[in-house]
Design a protein around this ligand. Structure first.
Ligand SMILES: [Zn+2]
Length: 154
């Protein structure tokens, strides 16, 4: 299928640029010399360092360090899930899950019809990757905005 090859090329092009070493996002500006991070991950890195440094001064600040470290973990988990989608094996369950996440964000419930098998039967791998990428750009922004809350209430 010629169209499919074009879509694969388009995805390879999307993901060819440098990406954040933690969250794997390659749509954001990166900073830093050794580890290249987006601004959001950079702030988390600073928070971890700050909390580690203040731990002796404020023994009750342990929670802050825990939360900061959990934020780092969440960012890296996003990187594993969404970084380099052009090479990931995206199956129907990945798409079903991502569509429901977006539905939860917008209408606060799962979609009435959302079948993992249908994604595998009617969409090629390149098409599934493309859909997953589009959904990821919504999920990622929300995850970034709520990273601290998610870490605090995990
Ligand atoms: Zn990042």
């Amino acid at each position: 299928m010629r169209r499919n090859k074009e879509l694969e090329d388009l995805l390879d092009d999307f993901f060819s640029g440098e990406r954040c070493a933690w969250c794997g996002d390659n749509d954001r500006k990166l900073v830093g010399k050794d580890i290249r991070l987006c601004n959001s991950c950079r702030r988390i890195q600073a928070l971890v360092r700050e909390s580690e440094r203040d731990q002796d001064k404020h023994p009750f600040g342990v929670d802050e360090l825990e939360i900061a470290k959990r934020m780092e973990k969440l960012a890296k988990a996003d990187g594993a899930r969404f970084g380099g989608i052009n090479t990931l094996k995206i199956d129907g369950v990945d798409l079903e899950h991502a569509f429901n996440q977006v539905a939860q964000l917008t209408i606060h419930r799962d979609l009435p019809y959302n079948d993992a098998n249908a994604f595998e039967e009617f969409f090629t791998l390149a098409q599934r990757r493309f859909l997953f990428y589009l959904l990821s750009s919504i999920i990622r922004i929300d995850a970034r905005r709520h990273r601290k809350m998610s870490a605090a209430y995990a």
